[in-house]
Unconditional design. Structure first.
Length: 262
């Protein structure tokens, strides 16, 4: 696992966006770049930087195909708090991606099990995810794989914890009762199958979870700790999120970025 610590969220987002753009540009022109994407507040800075790069002519998304991590059950595509709406408002409407190449789980499906199985098949049909970008919940979860989720889980329907609903209530007028109780989500195993994974983490409210994910063992109560088993995983964070890491851990990873440690 690689941990990249930046002074603040803005610098972390810019670094991550440049890294992702570089991956897209380096992909062979005759092969699509398969990109997994998250929602929530954490990736907004990255999306903003990628949009700037596109408008400046530095990167194109014509050869990119995307798979989003999750979607609330019971919210239509045009609902302001659906993840479908979020992605188009904050990213897809501002770049040159082919709409046919955008994949988002259908929260209004009448057959959740079938929808999830078809999503996995669609990913496999593309040859798997090249690069999965994600965020981390304050309890260390990835996508909607709440604490206790299987580390080999696949795309499925999940009940959301009270902590997750509290975290997301800010998007629903601060009312936890308005937050849907279930969601469709890719599994931990789905994310781990990606050839490369990057997680953006920011803020003091994520510091305890980041310490558990980086410094403690692999544990299904902190589902993002699965990254310890991934051959090419990077966590990009700001200094606030890194506050509870030991001095030895911070020193190690900062020296790694300087090329002192291989």
């Amino acid at each position: 696992m690689r941990l990249v610590i930046h002074q603040n969220y803005e610098k972390a987002s810019l670094w991550a966006a440049n890294y992702i753009a570089g991956k897209i540009i380096s992909k062979k022109k005759n092969k699509p770049f398969i990109l997994g994407l998250p929602t929530g507040s954490s990736p907004l800075g990255i999306y903003s930087e990628l949009i700037k790069m596109y408008k400046d002519g530095k990167v194109s998304f014509k050869n990119v195909r995307t798979f989003n991590m999750d979607e609330y059950v019971g919210l239509s595509k045009d609902h302001p708090q659906s993840y479908h709406y979020f992605m188009f408002e904050n990213f897809f409407n501002h770049i040159d991606i082919n709409r046919k190449h955008i994949h988002i789980l259908d929260g209004m499906t009448k057959d959740a099990e079938k929808e999830c199985k078809q999503y996995e098949k669609a990913i496999n049909a593309e040859g798997g995810i090249d690069f999965f970008l994600g965020g981390m919940g304050s309890d260390g979860h990835i996508a909607f794989n709440e604490p206790g989720s299987s580390l080999v889980s696949r795309t499925r329907i999940k009940t959301l914890t009270e902590e997750t609903k509290r975290d997301n209530a800010r998007f629903f007028d601060g009312d936890i009762l308005k937050v849907p109780g279930t969601a469709l989500t890719v599994g931990v195993g789905t994310v781990m199958d990606a050839r490369e994974v990057m997680i953006i983490v920011n803020g003091r409210n994520k510091a305890r979870a980041l310490r558990a994910v980086v410094e403690e063992g692999i544990n299904h109560m902190w589902t993002l700790s699965c990254l310890q088993m991934h051959p090419k995983a990077t966590i990009v964070c700001d200094e606030e999120a890194a506050e509870k890491l030991s001095e030895e851990t911070i020193h190690y990873f900062k020296n790694m970025e300087k090329g002192i440690i291989c």
